[in-house]
Design a protein around this ligand. Structure first.
Ligand code: NAD
Length: 504
């Protein structure tokens, strides 16, 4: 009998009314470690209704009062970091250091949410005479968040804490592949003192997501996952005139110039493409070498070949499931068929059992290989030697994702040349995973496959996303006691202001 993971509604764990469950597997060995509920539209409705009922009281609290509860939650995440990291290792397969980083990075956005009382004051301006405009941020109501498998804690923390401190109530739909971590975190929300119904969770897959988007009481939706689903979610929200930020996949390019600090660059690139088994939207996917750089290439192969398999205490874990493994294999095979050279073949790790693939480095002859262009989402690095900086830029800028790009060089002017021309929204200089740290916001480039929606998902993008900007224009005519005589100019001022406000 394995653990059943239920919905979390009004601070209660409730089995889905469908009575249906889906197996959750440990990617390291294929063992079934849980059964996650498959929710119906009725289950979603129950969760949304709980969130709706909790909204009036929660939104009436001051931002400071809400942040004070979030501070307790921040302390609890820190206190339980080890336990949460063990759950991440179990259901996602990361090594323990990566799992602890997942928790710590997630808690950085919680910390940002705790600082919102210092950041979200509205603006006010005397626009004429006695007329003043005040701009304040009101919460939206019930908001929904849909998240992927690759960061079981960090990605839910991108949205939920900021949404809550801004006064919204939340329904989260975790990934059906990794529901255990947030199942534990739900109890920490309760322990921190969040009132019942403020944070809720529905389990499931496509049906739960569609029911959440379609629910008339859900005012806004955030999504993080693959590009095709991000587009589906975004289009469905737009058709209903709902606010939506949907982050999709990526194909991140790194460019190495011959003047780069070779050993540092090799270590960094290795961590970038093989860390978390390559299952990061910020992972290096393509390395463009400015001319043949045998020293860098050899150092990279040497470092990557030394990585030992092993989740938890090991160095590199498995990929999430058999479907994912199959897809990664097909990209390596496609490169081989196209005449690319496999410099390091991670398929040798198959002896470790289900879902294992080691770091793989491919040298391509053609920049048009499918493996050079599409998201692989595994520990695979495609390398291509460019003949000019312009060619490197042309390849990077032609990719449809626009998520991240980085340049390795010891020359500031060279770095400036690339960072001013890359068509991606998160750029690195000698940093292979250029994730902006709080308070800087996170998100791909608008108009590409990495981001559907206008705003970034964290930082000031999230503050804007999770609030309605309300503008109050007010005029308070002076009403002195009759004993004070009002001057002609003062009277004229009142009249002008009234006229001006009336024209707007
Ligand atoms: P996914 O798109 O398969 O699933 C994401 C979420 O959507 C899950 O909760 C899933 O249950 C749900 N879902 C799946 N199919 C659906 C459908 N047809 N309709 C509605 N909902 C559906 O993504 P994944 O495999 O869990 O995660 C990996 C992907 O996420 C990669 O492409 C990666 O690049 C991307 N990702 C992007 C970022 C970013 O910041 N841009 C961050 C993390 C992961």
């Amino acid at each position: 009998m394995t653990t059943q993971i239920h919905n979390y509604i009004n601070a209660d764990f409730v089995a889905p009314e469908t009575g249906k469950f889906h197996p959750v597997e440990n990617p390291a060995n294929g063992d079934t470690i849980g059964q996650v509920g498959v929710s119906s539209a009725k289950d979603v409705d129950d969760a949304v209704k709980a969130a709706e009922a909790a909204f009036p009281a929660w939104s009436k609290l001051t931002v400071k009062a809400r942040a004070a509860i979030m501070m307790k939650f921040h302390a609890l995440i820190k206190e339980h970091a080890d336990e949460l990291a063990d759950l991440i290792v179990l259901e996602n397969g990361k090594n323990k250091t990566e799992a602890l980083a997942d928790v710590a990075k997630g808690n950085e956005t919680v910390e940002y949410a705790c600082s919102l009382p210092q950041l979200v004051q509205g603006t006010s301006l005397k626009v004429s005479g006695q007329v003043t405009c005040v701009d304040r941020r009101d919460p939206l109501g019930v908001v929904a968040s849909i998240v992927p498998f690759n960061f079981p804690l960090m990605v839910p923390m991108w949205t939920v804490p900021i949404a809550l401190v801004m006064g919204n109530t939340v329904v989260l739909k975790p990934s059906e592949k990794v529901p255990l971590t947030m199942n534990r975190v739900a109890k920490l929300f309760e322990e921190a003192g969040f009132p019942k119904g403020v944070f809720n969770m529905v389990q499931g897959m496509r049906e739960s997501v569609e029911a959440l988007i379609d629910h008339p009481s859900v005012k806004a939706v955030t999504f993080v996952g693959s590009s095709p689903v991000a587009k589906i979610v975004s289009d469905r929200c737009r058709a209903l005139q709902k606010r939506c930020t949907a982050l999709g996949g990526a194909k991140n390019h790194l460019v190495a110039l011959p003047d780069c600090e070779m050993e540092g660059a090799a270590s960094d690139i290795c961590v970038s493409f093989a860390g978390c088994a390559g299952q990061r939207c910020m992972a290096a996917s393509v390395l463009l070498l400015d001319g043949e750089q045998d020293g860098l290439l050899n150092s990279l192969i040497e470092k990557a070949s030394k990585i030992e398999p092993g989740s938890g205490p090991g160095q590199m874990g498995p990929v999430i499931d058999g479907i994912s493994l199959q897809k990664i294999h097909s990209y390596i095979e496609a490169a081989e068929t196209a005449g690319a050279k496999i410099l390091l073949d991670g398929r040798s790790w198959k002896e470790n059992g289900a879902n294992w693939i080691g770091p793989t480095i491919i040298l391509h002859n053609s920049k048009d290989d499918k493996t050079m262009k599409e998201e692989v989402f595994g520990p695979v690095l495609s390398i291509y030697v460019v003949s000019s900086w312009e060619e490197a830029l042309e390849i990077e800028n032609a990719n449809p994702f626009g998520n991240a790009a980085a340049i390795y060089t010891t020359n500031g002017g060279n770095a400036e040349w690339f960072t001013s021309k890359f068509r991606a929204s998160m750029l690195g200089i000698n940093v292979g995973i250029p994730v902006p740290r709080e308070p800087f916001s996170f998100g791909g480039l608008y108009g590409t496959k990495s981001k559907y929606g206008d705003m970034d998902i964290t930082g000031d993008g999230a503050v804007e996303f999770f609030s309605n900007r309300i503008k109050v224009t007010s005029k308070w005519p002076v009403q002195r006691s009759t004993s004070t005589k009002r001057s002609h100019t003062e009277m004229a001022g009142v009249k002008d202001a009234a006229n001006f406000a009336g024209q707007m």
